[in-house]
Design a protein around this ligand. Structure first.
Ligand code: ADP
Ligand code: MG
Length: 210
């Protein structure tokens, strides 16, 4: 009697360090995908799991779309904000994980008005530019990498486009929310070719996560 051994293809899942890591690891554990090294403590960037065919890759949040787009990584967990900013096409959105919920907003000192060629500081230049263009305003974008709220406080910019969760940082620095650009949560995305070639493996991973 011949035994048929099914050969599973390896799927690589990108998750990011930083603020969503803990929630993601928790989701994975509940789906019985357990890392062989603790991603919260280990320095390893590629981590095997209890599933022979599932490998976790730790990638900086803003770089996840680059790896998914290239196909070097099959699936990934990434914020809608990062997808909007990077505008990559080569992926499918498979599932909204409803974690890392926040919103992308325009904020500034109170009693300010939008005007043409105003200065906007942000980590999200593409999103900001597009948003103001849509409402008929040009603006000059100043790309910053962190503590964005500081810019309007020191009059480095008129407004900011940034992520807000509780709104506490905004308030404590004397700023006000003007507009919501988008609600944000983290999605599970897949490279398009990977999804075609490894559909069975990816679907079975999805089923676990659900
Ligand atoms: P970075 O170091 O690049 O700022 P973060 O770990 O802070 O990366 O953010 C990664 C992702 O987590 C963001 O793209 C966003 O989707 C989400 N996120 C960021 N800040 C918050 C927040 N205050 N509340 C909820 N989710 C957030
Ligand atoms: Mg951050």
């Amino acid at each position: 009697k011949k035994t048929h051994v099914k050969c599973y293809q390896m799927i690589r899942l990108a998750i990011s360090k930083g603020r969503i890591l803990e929630e993601v690891v928790d989701i994975l554990n509940r789906a019985d995908v357990v890392c062989k090294f603790d991603p919260l403590k280990s320095r390893k960037l590629i981590i095997p799991t209890n599933h022979k065919n599932i490998e976790i890759v730790l990638i900086k949040a803003t770089d996840v779309p680059v790896y998914i787009d290239s196909g070097k990584v099959d699936i990934g967990i990434v914020g809608i904000d990062t997808l909007l900013e990077n505008d990559i096409e080569n992926h499918f959105r498979l599932m909204d994980l409803n974690i890392a919920k926040c919103r992308l907003v325009v904020a500034g000192k109170s009693n300010k008005k939008y005007y043409n060629n105003m200065k906007v500081a942000t980590k999200y230049p593409n999103i900001a530019k597009k948003y103001f263009e849509q409402i008929g305003l040009q603006c000059s974008i100043l790309k910053l990498y962190g503590s964005i709220e500081l810019a309007p406080v020191l009059n480095l910019s008129d407004f900011i486009v940034d992520i807000v969760d509780s709104g506490k940082t905004i308030k404590e620095n004397g700023l006000k929310e003007y507009d919501i650009i988008s609600d944000v949560s983290s999605l599970l995305i897949s490279n398009k070719v990977s999804y075609k070639l490894k559909r069975e493996e990816i679907e079975s991973f999805l089923k676990r996560v659900r």
